[in-house]
Design a protein around this ligand. Structure first.
Ligand code: ATP
Ligand code: MG
Length: 463
């Protein structure tokens, strides 16, 4: 993309109403614009990051054997009366009447809708196990929407639902979700810690939240610092191998890690003192096993091997897709702006032309642009007639992890400059070496994508 042809409405001033870094930076970098309280338009740069995050979520869910679909945002109140949640849910639910006077609602979550789909089509144990998921907008009329996309009223969520014959296989589904979530967050450059949590209105006993440590987080958490050393990095997992998946989960849930709702001082005191930590944190996902809580009242039964009719065991599993954009920024920024992890960056590399209109500089930039694009990467070329300082400030603000600077002085000795946004370190090298180095940096991210012939273009595959 050439910046002169893009829509990147950056703000010079800090917006007065934004209290935390991610909200401030998303507004300043022209990623979002508030439409009304807790409801946002996603401008091109923000939309690109949102799509990158969605892609990673899709890829890791599909890898785990879960099946994508799409349910509507508007739901009929009748289904929610069947589960008993229409009255329970309270004021957070946006209730709407259609022209015929029928009660509708904007879905805050989808247990009822998916259970209805399931009971309409599945009657035998032979069709199990089954996990369906979608990425769809939700609405919760939060009493205090704030912090931009972190606590919106309309927000994008991945929600998945497993249907299993018995508790044991439903717990395998629970474990699969935990492992796939850990992989998902790691690909986004995040350390998200699974913590035993409280089930709230979804109900059920087994539940973990995934939390990203950040001073601005709304949750209070207590954990053993040993958990910070764990990583899924480079491990191949066989999602059909119950023992292997269970062992991985065990490894992650062994160190003490809890939110304030389930925190137990006596147990925490058994963690060696030098490893005891408390912090603020952002909830970026949650998984639940709730057994037959919805299948029984809503009649989601299957015939088992012995010919008996049994309610299916279910769980639901959510990732806060739009909240993640803010969470990643909270975890990765400095005083100049955002610092995107390579896995989610909207553009892979910025090209800054220090003397726009100079024949040699323009030609070198065009060449770089073409070579990077040919490698399946998306460069953002700042081809505006602007001062160098302004170009650098924009690049720093929008946070592309790598920048190639092209200027007349360097070109005289045949070099451009490759700069790392995080460390600020710059290296001079031949343009073709800069391209090679950037290709090398992104290769693991391209290879982590599932759709092989689309290498590097995985961004487009879900659009
Ligand atoms: P919270 O405790 O933050 O209100 P929740 O526990 O009610 O969230 P879940 O039902 O577990 O939310 O939804 C799954 C995920 O959706 C959450 O982990 C969070 O990342 C995201 N999410 C929930 N509410 C919002 C919101 N108002 N704005 C943005 N993301 C949200
Ligand atoms: Mg939650």
């Amino acid at each position: 993309m050439r910046l002169s042809r893009y829509f990147l409405p950056v703000l010079k001033e800090n917006p007065a109403d934004a209290q935390i870094a991610s909200h401030r930076l998303m507004l300043r970098a022209g990623m979002i614009k508030q439409a009304s309280a807790g409801i946002y338009s996603w401008l091109p740069l923000g939309f690109k990051v949102l799509r990158r995050i969605e892609n990673i979520v899709h890829e890791e869910q599909i890898r785990a054997g879960h099946i994508p679909m799409l349910m509507p945002t508007l739901q009929s109140a009748d289904l929610w009366r069947e589960s008993g949640r229409y009255d329970d849910y309270g004021e957070e639910m946006l209730r709407i009447k259609d022209r015929h006077g029928r009660d509708m609602l904007y879905g805050p979550t989808n247990e009822e809708l998916i259970t209805d789909i399931f009971r309409s089509h599945v009657t035998s144990y032979k069709e199990l196990p089954l996990t369906l998921y979608h990425i769809q907008w939700k609405f919760r009329d939060e009493i205090r929407p704030r912090f931009g996309v972190m606590r919106g009223r309309e927000f994008l969520m991945k929600d998945g639902y497993n249907f299993d014959l018995d508790r044991e296989s439903a717990l395998h589904a629970y474990n699969r979700h935990m492992v796939s979530y850990l992989r998902t967050y790691e690909r986004m450059g995040l350390k998200a810690i699974p913590m035993r949590a409280d089930s709230g209105p979804i109900g059920g006993d087994d539940t973990h939240e995934f939390l990203v440590l950040a001073d601005t987080g709304e949750s209070e958490v207590f954990y053993d610092s040993a958990i910070l050393d764990l990583s899924m990095d480079g491990r191949t997992v066989d999602y059909d191998n119950r023992a292997e998946i269970a062992a991985l989960v065990q490894e992650w849930i062994t160190p003490y890690a809890r939110t304030d709702e389930t925190h137990d001082e006596a147990e925490f005191a058994r963690v060696p003192e030098e490893r005891r930590r408390t912090s603020r944190a952002i909830e970026v996902g949650q998984i639940f096993y709730f057994g037959t809580k919805y299948s029984e009242p809503m009649g989601a039964y299957v015939v088992n091997e012995k010919g008996g009719r049994v309610p299916v065991h279910m769980g639901s599993h959510g990732i806060g897709v739009s909240r993640l954009v803010g969470a990643i920024i909270e975890a990765s920024h400095d005083e100049k702006g955002i610092i995107w992890p390579e896995g989610v960056t909207p553009f892979h590399v910025g090209i800054v032309n220090l003397r726009q209109g100079d024949g040699e500089c323009d030609a070198a930039c065009e060449q770089l642009y073409g070579a990077l694009a040919a490698a399946g990467l998306e460069p953002l070329y700042d081809d505006r007639e602007e001062r160098a300082g302004a170009k650098f400030a924009t690049m720093d603000l929008i946070g592309l992890p790598w920048r190639i600077t092209v200027g007349p002085r360097g070109l005289k000795s045949g070099v451009v400059e490759l700069t790392n946004r995080r460390t600020g370190e710059s290296e001079e090298m031949k343009p073709e070496d800069a391209v090679e180095k950037v290709k090398e940096i992104y290769r693991p991210h391209q290879e982590a994508g599932l759709i092989e012939p689309m290498k590097g273009r995985y961004f487009h595959t879900w659009l």
